[in-house]
Each structure stands twice: as structure tokens, then as C-alpha cells.
Design a protein around this ligand. Sequence first.
Ligand SMILES: Cc1cc2nc3c(=O)[nH]c(=O)nc-3n(C[C@H](O)[C@H](O)[C@H](O)COP(=O)(O)OP(=O)(O)OC[C@H]3O[C@@H](n4cnc5c(N)ncnc54)[C@H](O)[C@@H]3O)c2cc1C
Ligand code: SF4
Length: 349
Amino acid sequence: MNRFDYVRAGSVAEAVAAAAEPGAVYLAAGTNLLDLMKGSIARPGRLVDVTHLPGLDRIDHLPGGGVRIGALVRNSDLAYDPDFAKSHPAVAEALLSGASAQLRNAATVAGNLLQRTRCPYFYDPASACNKRDPGAGCDARGGETRLHAVLGWSEHCIATHPSDFCVPLVSLDAVVEVEGTSGAREVPLDALHRLPEDRPDRETVLEPGDLIVALRLPAEAAGFAGHSRYLKVRDRTSYAFAVVSASASLRLEGGRIGEARLALGGVALKPWRARAAEAALTGAEPTERSFARAAEAALAEARPSGDNAFKIELARRLIVRTLTLAADGTPERMPALPASAFSGDALHA
Ligand SMILES: Cc1cc2nc3c(=O)[nH]c(=O)nc-3n(C[C@H](O)[C@H](O)[C@H](O)COP(=O)(O)OP(=O)(O)OC[C@H]3O[C@@H](n4cnc5c(N)ncnc54)[C@H](O)[C@@H]3O)c2cc1C
Ligand code: SF4
């Protein structure tokens, strides 16, 4: 084990000052960070524990209809907040499809956004990895690529971002509130994570000391509540990351799609907003033919990063299935289990 300082921050200002030091990182529930430290993949010189910061564990339903979610709200608490689950069902469904009940009870909102990739070569110190060791190479190229990217990847890194939660959030224009050494600012979630290009070690636009204090969903996000679903294809029903996932939200008007939101998970190093597909759906009738056209548009730029061409067809089919379920309407009751892409009615209510 490497030696590190431990600082328990009592205020946001204290946390930001302590984490601005080189080698310092924030510690939330530690469900990702501590695993990385135990494997010597992460070797921070200082842990700044933010779990005792006051006021960051609240869910506030804002007067104009938006929602502000504190960075320390636990994944389970958000998914089971009855008002939130009703107004943002795809987000709740995505949260409940992640990890296990125990992990969701511990994991925080900010920690979920900033969890690291699950590329197995990144977790193996014996493998070359440009993300862990810039310039070292990438052993995933030509290796086992089942969970690797088909969109937005580069020769330097083909990893994916593993969060389920981020997928509906990015489709609903979520914004991250950040406190840093130069004060407060806001970052649209779509701009938080970087694609790998030639610097896969630079994962987000955050600077040293930047603390996520909250996540905000605009009022318009709740306008999709009646037709919103999240589906995840994975190797086991529980405790497995997405091979591919999709979040679809529709606003239907007079038998047509007034507005559509669509995003994919498990396909790129960031949650992937499918804007071309959204444009193709707007004004169309909610039919299988329209959904298939949208799926084509969403995957138009996709290319395998190894032996994973199957993911492109899988993503197309998942988009059609998720849009079909969203058009049918959000179920009255939250599914007891997250919907499976393979089940007949996909509902367990
Ligand atoms: C076995 C297993 C299975 C899992 N399966 C899934 C899954 O299927 N789907 C899924 O989405 N997730 C899954 N997860 C990931 C899990 O959701 C994350 O580990 C968790 O959300 C991280 O939250 P945390 O509070 O523990 O963060 P930590 O581990 O404490 O921190 C994670 C990162 O976020 C940074 N950080 C934390 N808080 C802040 C803040 N406020 N501001 C700035 N930086 C911050 C930390 O410095 C660190 O880099 C799984 C995890 C495990 C261990
Ligand atoms: S895909 Fe990215 S994370 Fe995985 S080994 Fe290559 S550089 Fe590292």
C-alpha cells in the first residue's frame, strides 16, 4: 500500500483548497477509488474525504420544475425518491440497473459520474495502458474487446465509460455544478467527459481541486416522464456493466413525436448523446420504421475497435426496442427489476 495523507473536509472551501495540491483526489464512498488504490492503479498522495460536507446530500425540487441533486446523494436514495422516480423514470431505472443493492446504497451521485473505465487492461498493472501511463501503449488493441468502444475511440484508447446513470442524464441536458479554486461554474454533462484522442489520461474537463457539488436537471426533463425508458444489455441480470445500453424519452403530440431524446451507454468513453437520431425522430410517427431509421442515424459513424462489430448491430436493435417501450408509455409502477432487453414485455411490475 502506498502512503497517503487523509483530510476530512469540513466545508466546500476547505475541500477545494486541500484537493488543489498535486496528487490529491476526492474520496466519496470509495467504491471505485479504493479498489483502484488497492490494485495500485491509483496512487494519490492525499485523499480529501468529502462525505461529511454539510448540505450536499439533498434532493431539491426547484420552483420552476427542475431538480437539484446534491453530489453526496446516494444512488439508491435518488432512485427511490418517489417524486424523482415519477418525474424522471428513465434515470431511476438506470440507477437501479447499476452495480448491486449494497453498492447503490453507498455510491454517491458525483462518484458515479466520475467512476473510471472498466477496461480490464487498465486494471492490470502488467498491461500497457495509455490512460494509466501516458505513452505506454494500449494492450486492449488486438486484445479482448467485448466491452470496448465502437464510437469516438482513437488509436490511443478504445475504452468505454461504464456509468448507467449518465446515459439518461446526458439525454436530458443535465448540468454539473462545480466549485473550484477560481469559484463556481457549471458544466453541461455532455461536455464533462472527454473523448480519448491522443490524451486518454485526461478523462474530464475538471481541473485540480474542482469539486462537483450538485447535478441539475432542467424543468423540461420532466416533460418526458410519460414516455421514458432505460434498457441495458449485460452478461448477467445483476452486478454487471452494460455491454450496450440505451435511454429513450419521447414527447408525443397528436400521434407524432414532438421531441425525442436518445443516448447510448457502453459504446464510447463518454455517455453518447445520439443527436442525429433525435433529429430523425422529431415529427415522425412512432413506428418501428421510424425507430429503425433513428437507429441507423445513431450508429452511422460507428466502427469496431476490435472483435466487437456485434455491438453495432446490438445497439441498433436496442435502440428500436427502447424507443418502442418508451412510445408504449412509462409503466405505472417502477419495475421491480430493471427492464431486460430480452424479456417479452420487458416489465416486471
Ligand atoms: C462490483 C461493481 C459493480 C458496479 N456496477 C456498476 C454498474 O453496473 N453501473 C454503474 O453505473 N456503476 C457500477 N459500479 C460503479 C459504482 O456505481 C461506482 O463505483 C460508484 O458510483 C462510485 O461512487 P463513489 O461515491 O463510491 O465514488 P468514489 O469511488 O469515492 O470516487 C469515484 C471518483 O469520483 C471522484 N469524486 C467523488 N466525488 C467527487 C466530487 N464530489 N467531486 C469531484 N470528484 C469526486 C473521486 O475522486 C474518484 O475519482 C460498480 C461498482 C462495483 C465496485
Ligand atoms: S483501451 Fe484505454 S484504458 Fe484500456 S488499455 Fe487501452 S489505453 Fe488503457
